[in-house]
Design a protein around this ligand. Sequence first.
Ligand SMILES: [Zn+2]
Length: 255
Amino acid sequence: MLKKIIYYANTQIKFFLLIIFLVFAKKTLFAESNNDIPSQCMFALEWYDDHPGYVGEFKRVLDYCKKYAKDVSPEGYAANPILSDFGSMSGVNTRPRDTIHQGIDIIGQKENPIIAIKDGKVLETTIEDCWGSTVVIDHGKSIDGKNLITIYGHVGTFYVKEGDRVKRGDKIAELPIKIKYRCMARVRHLHLQIGQRYCEKKDNWACKYFIKDFYRSLNPHDYWADGPNKVTCFDNKRKFQKGTITYPLPCSRTY
Ligand SMILES: [Zn+2]
């Protein structure tokens, strides 16, 4: 009888410990999930850790980030938030822009992988004076016949070189560890922009940052695989329609 009671109590304790472990594990996982906006803002603003003299600016930018970073996660996934969207008149650092934003700015942690939004060919990997490391990929045509000359700006380490062919979802670069370039605006983010006309390296005429139609870029939200304005996460178990794009950072599954 006593043995039975001890066995029963033991099982109960084990069960109790398992529950505690699961709750703890879920909390930990949740804290690291890609769409936890306060945490993602803190990660994106790590420049300020090395610059304690800017505490006022840090607080202002952090508040702004927490308020305006957009969770664009599709159902079942957690995606890194967009802080400055296509067409926005404000930069990631709260400052007004001179012209409307020609791309989307996605915030993240150091060494977050950047993945190809579609199959393509790498046109250029450059460390630009203001932008920092930047990859330009020709992703061929969109579903409506437009060119998808895509700039992945403000990255860190490259994982591809010029001339490489990439598949959708391939890792092409990472977000930088340190924010050292002026155009990164002290906030770690990927600037994704889609132009029509690539500037050859030697051809600088009427070129601005890699493309000739810098101020007439396409809205990436028109081309998601699940349809316009339906951000679509890359998933190697899915087949995606040609001419459509998927999110440039990997998403985590939420179930
Ligand atoms: Zn941008």
